[in-house]
Ligand binder design. Sequence first.
Ligand SMILES: Nc1ncnc2c1ncn2[C@@H]1O[C@H](COP(=O)(O)OP(=O)(O)OP(=O)(O)O)[C@@H](O)[C@H]1O
Ligand SMILES: [Mg+2]
Length: 310
Amino acid sequence: MIEIVDLGKHYQLKSLFGKAGTVKALDGVSFKLEKGRALGIVGESGCGKSTLAKTLLGLEKRTFGDILIDGKSIDELKPQDRHKTIQMVFQDPYSSLNPRKKCWQLIAEPLLINTKLKTNEIREKVDSVMALVGLRPEHAERYPHMMSGGQRQRIGIARALVLDPKVLILDEPVSALDVSIQAQVLNLLIKLQDELKLTYLFISHDLSVVNHLCDQIAVMYLGKVVEMGPRKQIFEEAVHPYTKALLTSCPSLDPKTQHTPLKGELPSPLNPPEGCAFHKRCPIAVDQCHKTRPELKKVHGRFTACHEVH
Ligand SMILES: Nc1ncnc2c1ncn2[C@@H]1O[C@H](COP(=O)(O)OP(=O)(O)OP(=O)(O)O)[C@@H](O)[C@H]1O
Ligand SMILES: [Mg+2]
């Protein structure tokens, strides 16, 4: 369905004193997203998850690489067709919705911009999508501030679905919500994926959320994928030391195994370490890790980039 080939996004920075630097926010990521599947993207804050989402959506221009949809480069799609293929649900339903618009206007907006539907057809479509995401007819005339966080996120999901896209990118869709509401929204997303045969790219720093929803997992570190494979392989038999360390931060997932917790901080993406970007924090780093960057290779049924995993 969607194939990402060596995708990169570098930001050129200029400081007041003229010193420039390059932030390699996304640095050569490749994967395939199959129809009807859910791929989870995890990794620490700043590792490039949202950059990946924005680049896929076309909100940021990619620096290199390609995005293929059904085998065709995304550049060949008209912006309108792109919007009808991929849509995004944002993290914060408080700031991503225009407070001056009513619920039904917010959901109708993508239709007004991207289609030539008549007013009554728009109204009909909005009503059906509202019902689909569990908003009641009386919510239609309300402004976002009159609604709860969970209801607002349902508006965000309805806006994303109103053009009948095939792929949804969900960037931390529940992390701004109350824990009690998170489960409701996650269950709604599971139901929608099943009913509409949607493909999900699900971004989250919360491993238990990803475990709940995704069948494939990609772990990112400083703009690169370090381990990627089926959910069970990643959660139960992680091989990359970074994935193992991430799992320790989520003991509820894996109470049996004792991995070493993560030490130190994420290095600056402006000056990433040479060799393997993780070597300074890695409990099993050897000489080679300081010098050469490991390539992603297939080991034990998943892909991983580590010199010490064979
Ligand atoms: N417009 C920009 N200009 C320069 N650097 C940027 C820009 N946007 C993002 N970055 C940098 O790119 C890197 C990746 O950022 P990104 O927002 O993708 O991280 P993230 O994984 O989504 O983090 P979080 O979990 O906190 O949302 C960070 O170092 C960030 O500072
Ligand atoms: Mg982010």
